[in-house]
Design a protein around this ligand. Structure first.
Ligand SMILES: C[S@@+](CC[C@H](N)C(=O)[O-])C[C@H]1O[C@@H](n2cnc3c(N)ncnc32)[C@H](O)[C@@H]1O
Length: 254
């Protein structure tokens, strides 16, 4: 099952490197985003993300994949620039409709960005090109996978707190030095993440982290196993430039 949303920092192209490191008990994924790792690995997962709209979408696709598909495909049939701005301006009252709107906007907006204004309303402009709408089959497949997830919109520290002996935590936070406007993840959060992962290792979980190659990240994880890897990240509108990032592994301490 492939990710259903385009998401900044999506990890699909790193999967060949990542997957062998994620074998073990349950997968704990505190920064779920597009869920590339959880979907590729499959099985029992404990997942979370601070983005409420994203987590509501997963929850609705899990419970009502056919309803979400129907509403999404109705929106897709009417798709044009004017319709996009009409859909963007109005948040539906019914949750399956909100989930369909979320998927519609994710596919139709500029670059699959997620950004909200001060009052929490999605404000990314229209994107050119032909959106690849998720099919009913894809939504049903995601629904089946998501029944294996214990999921909630929550802070990463709470999700990591569930990791216990034999579990594997995969943490892919918003990268250092790329400010994430939607979540405001900052320096204190990065330190708090390092501490939460250290505690998970002591409880017997292996931890795997990906982050930018910066002095701050290297200092935080200087006692862990750190490898440089190259990732093709979307920098401008269309180019995907190779950028250095760090793959950080800390095995269970007990
Ligand atoms: C780099 S993305 C993860 C991408 C994901 N690995 C994928 O394959 O698509 C980082 C995610 O962290 C989430 N996030 C930011 N601050 C958070 C927090 N305090 N707790 C949990 N999630 C947070 C964002 O909403 C975003 O989805």
């Amino acid at each position: 099952v492939k990710p259903i949303v385009k998401w900044a920092g999506g990890k699909t192209q790193l999967l060949p490197t990542l997957l062998p490191l994620l074998a073990g008990g349950r997968l704990v994924e505190p920064f779920l985003g597009g869920a590339a790792a959880a979907l590729a690995r499959g099985g029992d997962c404990i997942v979370g993300d601070a983005c409420e709209d994203l987590m509501e979408m997963y929850d609705q696709v899990r419970h009502k994949p056919l309803t979400v598909a129907r509403v999404l495909h109705e929106l897709a049939d009417d798709h044009c620039e004017e319709a996009y701005y009409r859909v963007r301006a109005r948040v539906p009252l019914w949750a399956p409709h909100r989930a369909a709107r979320f998927l519609y906007l994710n596919k139709a907006c500029f670059n699959g960005l997620y950004r909200v204004n001060r009052s929490g309303l999605f404000n990314v402009p229209f994107g050119r090109g032909a959106p690849a709408w998720p099919t009913t089959t894809q939504l049903m497949a995601l629904s089946r996978e998501a029944w294996r997830w214990s999921m909630e919109c929550r802070d990463f520290e709470e999700t990591i707190g569930y990791a216990r002996r034999g579990d594997v935590v995969y943490a892919d936070p918003p990268y250092d030095e790329t400010f994430d406007y939607a979540s405001g993840f900052g320096a204190d959060d990065r330190t708090r993440l390092r501490a939460a992962l250290g505690r998970a290792r002591v409880r017997g979980a292996r931890c795997v982290v990906t982050d930018a190659d910066t002095p701050v990240v290297r200092e935080l994880y200087k006692t862990w196993t750190v490898t440089e890897i190259v990732e093709r990240r979307r920098i401008g509108a269309t180019t995907r430039e190779p950028a250095a990032c760090l793959l950080i592994v800390g095995d269970a301490i007990r």
